[in-house]
Design a protein around this ligand. Structure first.
Ligand code: PLP
Length: 404
């Protein structure tokens, strides 16, 4: 095999932009330059003895694609290198990654403390499904460290959060929560979907596991579902890896390949996503129709300093409150012609949602108000279009408010 410019053993000394393009490559005898896709469910053995050795783990090598696949492994190695992690297990979706982390390291009788402002489906997974298997979860306000401390129990094994939060971009103090977790012999697990390793590496702040929905920025163009769990080899081998092999939420090689190519441009894309978001946030903040803008890159953000400590850039998810409640928000959205009204985020295409009537519609109006998700709130995942075109489209939204 030609090993020239394949996965270098000095990869840990490379800079992130280079790792995103070079890490994890194991070139075949065909000498392909671009990473190959291996759409095969199983792998052959040269002899009965070799089959026995591979099954017994005496000899490394592929057996079956639910366990390992070369394309998936390249994605895992590259993402692990970007997160500064020893290892990574890829999964079929972001929710499969959450499930893998939970099922991989928790057991009946364990307790989880989770941020109240995590992805809605993750709330359901913990609150409605894991609870049936004896894992109980307490939900606390993300930015309130004393509330996390107060929620700890002798059987608390995991603290779980996303930062910045969706849709209000609150910031969780990862170092403080990691310290809290470790004093209590618990793990800190961070869903790093919104920042990606290009902006934030939770392991550096003491997190034990990092979760991704690769469906979002890692793919970056809204094509595939995927996910991953990154962390130490020891922790991943203690349960999560075996959970994927056994329960089967394995990433498909095609999706791994798409996401692998996505990683090559991740840093570039995140810079443009953030630059566009900063422009849009500042522009929205100056509009008289807007009561408040939530974006960690604004001086008005109460946790701007903490965000700057944890993140290289403020991210590209922002929210704003329109005067006039749901009527105004719906009129604004319905007047848009460019921004996509869709639930996805982290796409090259800018997307907008009205959380109160969609992602948060199952939450009672009182609980929504307490969480700060007002009826006039709109969330934008700022894409890669020209910022002026985005602003011109949103002018249509503002014009519709006057017309009402
Ligand atoms: C979308 C999302 C998930 C779930 O990912 P899927 O790939 O849709 O399963 C989990 N966490 C966050 C923060 C997300 O945005």
């Amino acid at each position: 095999m030609n090993t020239k410019n394949t996965n270098p053993d000095w990869a840990d000394r490379l800079r992130p932009e280079t790792i995103a393009i070079r890490a994890g490559i194991h070139r075949t005898q065909e000498q392909e330059h671009s990473e190959a896709i291996f759409p095969t469910s199983s792998f052959v053995f040269d002899s009965a003895e070799e089959a026995a050795d591979r099954f017994a783990g005496r000899v490394p090598g592929n057996i079956y694609a639910r366990f390992t696949n070369p394309t998936v492994r390249t994605f895992e190695e590259r993402l692990a290198a970007l997160e500064g992690a020893e290892a990574c297990v890829a999964t079929a979706s972001g929710m499969a990654a959450c499930l893998t982390a939970f099922m991989g390291i928790l057991k009946a009788g364990d307790h989880v403390v989770a941020s109240r402002s995590i992805f809605g489906t993750t709330v359901q997974l913990l609150g409605n499904i894991l609870s049936r298997f004896g894992v109980e979860t307490s939900f606390v306000p993300l930015a309130d460290v004393p509330a996390w401390r107060a929620a700890l129990r002798p059987n608390t094994r995991m603290l779980f959060l996303e930062t910045p939060s969706n849709p209000l971009t609150e910031i969780g103090d990862m170092q403080a929560l990691a310290d809290l977790a470790h004093v209590h012999d618990a793990w800190l697990v961070v869903d790093n979907c919104f920042c990606t390793p290009a902006l934030q590496q939770p392991l550096k702040f003491g997190a034990d596991l990092v979760i991704h929905s690769a469906t979002k920025y890692l793919d970056g163009q809204g094509r595939t579902l995927g996910g991953a769990v990154c962390g130490s080899t020891e922790l991943l081998n203690s349960g999560p890896r075996n959970f994927v092999r056994t329960a089967g939420p394995s990433l498909s090689p095609f999706n791994a390949w798409v996401q692998l190519k996505g990683l090559e441009t991740l840093g570039l894309r995140m810079e443009r996503h953030c630059a566009n978001a900063q422009k849009i946030a500042e522009w929205l903040e100056a509009r008289p129709e807007v009561a408040r803008v939530y974006y960690p890159g604004l001086d008005s953000h109460p946790q701007q300093a903490l965000a700057a400590r944890q993140q290289r850039l403020p991210g590209a998810i922002l929210s704003f409150d329109l005067h006039g409640g749901q009527k105004a928000a719906w009129a604004f959205v319905d007047a848009l012609r460019l921004l996509s009204l869709t639930a996805n985020l982290g796409d090259a295409k800018t997307t907008i949602t009205h959380p109160a009537s969609t992602t948060h519609s199952r939450v009672s109006p009182e609980a929504r108000a307490a969480a700060g998700v007002g009826d006039g709130l709109l969330r934008i995942s700022v894409g890669l279009e020209h910022a002026d075109d985005l602003r011109e489209d949103m002018e249509r939204g503002f014009a519709a408010l006057v017309a009402r």
